[in-house]
Design a protein around this ligand. Structure first.
Ligand SMILES: Cc1cc2nc3c(=O)[nH]c(=O)nc-3n(C[C@H](O)[C@H](O)[C@H](O)COP(=O)(O)OP(=O)(O)OC[C@H]3O[C@@H](n4cnc5c(N)ncnc54)[C@H](O)[C@@H]3O)c2cc1C
Length: 485
């Protein structure tokens, strides 16, 4: 029977769930608290610059293509993507960087120049990673709503058991000795929100996503994807409501039957929340919350971030579209995120200049900069601290890229822990959800369906499969499949 379904939040998981549910004939309304759709992937414009606020790495293009194919469409019907070459640059110091190019062959040659024998080892490493991609992403991801441990068991996964018992760190360190190569290979783990030493080696499929599939860029930025999914949703009849903050879920027996937004009531048959899982449960009466505060406090959360959106009045030299500044001690920074949460003493960071590939994101002869420092959740967040870190990273970029930048800044906005909390109701101000550690994988993640509220479902980066845009899209499909069943 067709249902009246309310979807909370408009991140990628919600946008995806909305399309699948509407395709099945349900009446679907998406309610977003902010003034724009897209969740953490919102966009804003200021002084002639256009900034994507969150994701910028378009990895795993097959997942995006599959999503649109499910509606007899292709990404090409909505936006153009380009494979970047180089995909990204990693700075290790002054005159010391590696450009990661767009094929395994080229990257292996670069590895070989840095460490004898590592080119061949990389190819072998990536063959194994590709196999895991086939099992993890192509075969399993879409079939794992996380309802039972048995979802993980198949002949293929049993053969791969060693990858669940080992870690990315162990496997990378076994094959590669050079610290720069090691950090390049451990970098994709950042997307999973955990330390390489705490992430099952099976997730090396992210290395295949990185080197094997490559880094793509939607022509007008990541927001192309939000626009495409909303356009598709509208064509299927989805109704989108912005500036609608869910304040309370009212119950009738063990069913959620009324949603309260800005003192207005909305009746529905089914609720799907793509908003932060912990926050959603706080909107329920106490006895209907499945997970206690103690439970959440014990989870390993992906980092928060200190972000800067910066407009420069000149073109910037010696940088690519994506740039990583890895001249610091990876382990020290990771310990300051996960083990002894504190502001990093010497942070690694990421800098993105979208106007390098899409000049329209900045006025003529200007550059659009986005800077991200991963940090622990729940840190004290003040203007002074933000300014201190901005100066630290901008001076480092000036030094490594040999140019003055500070005097060329004509726009600057920062975003940090308190903004993640205020703008997204994010637990601890996390930027990308719950980490994918061994004990927070599949059925060990917060449940996609409430065990206490009969008609309440969850999607997004705190449930299955995990953090990142491709998993968010899959999460929307998983929850829709469960409801459609
Ligand atoms: C800075 C940053 C960089 C990132 N970079 C990448 C990247 O390069 N590549 C990649 O793949 N992933 C990246 N990610 C991760 C990726 O963006 C997220 O994992 C994904 O977008 C999360 O989607 P979601 O559907 O889970 O939720 P969200 O995008 O968090 O959406 C949840 C929505 O719920 C809304 N909401 C909350 N409370 C309420 C309420 N009470 N009522 C109504 N609405 C509510 C929020 O406003 C929000 O819009 C990045 C994330 C960040 C923050």
């Amino acid at each position: 029977m067709k249902k009246n379904i309310a979807i909370i939040g408009s991140g990628f998981s919600s946008l995806s769930a909305a399309c699948y549910l509407a395709k099945n004939g349900h009446k679907v309304t998406v309610f977003e608290k902010n003034g724009e759709l897209g969740g953490r992937a919102r966009q804003f414009k200021a002084k002639g610059f256009t900034f994507d606020m969150g994701p910028s790495w378009y990895w795993m293009p097959d997942v995006f293509e599959k999503f649109f194919n499910d509606f007899n469409k292709s990404t090409k019907d909505f936006y153009e993507i380009e494979k970047l070459n180089p995909a990204y640059r990693v700075y290790f110091g002054l005159d010391d960087y590696i450009d990661i190019e767009d094929s395994i062959e080229k990257i292996s040659k670069k590895f070989e120049k840095i460490e004898t024998g590592s080119g061949k080892k990389l190819k072998k490493f990536l063959e194994r990673a590709k196999e895991n991609y086939g099992i993890g992403v192509t075969d399993m991801l879409y079939k794992m709503p996380g309802l039972s441990p048995l979802e993980l068991v198949s002949i293929k996964t049993l053969k791969k058991i060693r990858y669940f018992l080992s870690t990315i760190r162990k496997d990378v360190h076994r094959d590669f000795k050079n610290p720069k190569l090691r950090s390049v290979l451990e970098f994709p783990v950042l997307f999973l929100g955990a330390k390489a030493s705490n992430t099952p080696a099976f997730y090396n499929f992210m290395n295949y996503a990185d080197f094997g599939l490559g880094t793509f860029q939607p022509k007008n930025g990541f927001y192309d994807l939000v626009n495409a999914m909303v356009l598709l949703g509208k064509s299927l009849g989805v109704n989108y409501q912005i500036n609608h903050c869910l304040e309370k879920i009212e119950m009738n027996g063990n069913k959620a039957n009324k949603l309260i937004f800005n003192n207005k009531e909305y009746d529905c048959d089914i609720v799907v929340s793509g908003a932060d899982y912990h926050h959603t449960e706080t909107l329920l009466p106490n006895k209907f919350r499945q997970y206690s505060e103690k439970y959440w406090a014990k989870r390993v959360f992906a980092p928060s971030s200190l972000l800067f959106y910066v407009g420069f009045n000149k073109k910037i030299k010696n940088v690519n579209h994506h740039n990583l500044f890895f001249d610091t001690d990876f382990d020290q920074h990771a310990a300051e995120i996960y083990d002894n949460p504190n502001w990093p003493s010497d942070p690694l960071f990421y800098a993105n200049f979208t106007s390098k590939t899409n000049p329209e994101t900045a006025p003529l002869n200007c550059e659009n900069g986005f800077f991200l420092i991963p940090i622990a959740t729940n840190l004290k967040d003040t203007k002074e601290i933000r300014d201190k870190y901005f100066n630290m990273i901008i001076e480092k970029i000036e030094g490594f890229t040999k140019q003055d930048l500070k005097d060329s800044i004509i726009y600057k906005r920062s975003f940090c822990v308190s903004d993640f909390k205020n703008e997204y109701n994010s637990y601890g101000g996390n930027a990308y959800g719950l980490a994918n550690t061994l004990f927070q994988t599949a059925f060990l993640r917060p449940n996609i369906k409430s065990k206490l509220v009969q008609n309440l479902y969850f999607c997004g980066q705190l449930t299955v499969p995990g953090p990142g845009v491709p998993p968010a899209i899959v999460s929307g499909e998983l929850v829709a499949n469960l409801i459609n069943k």
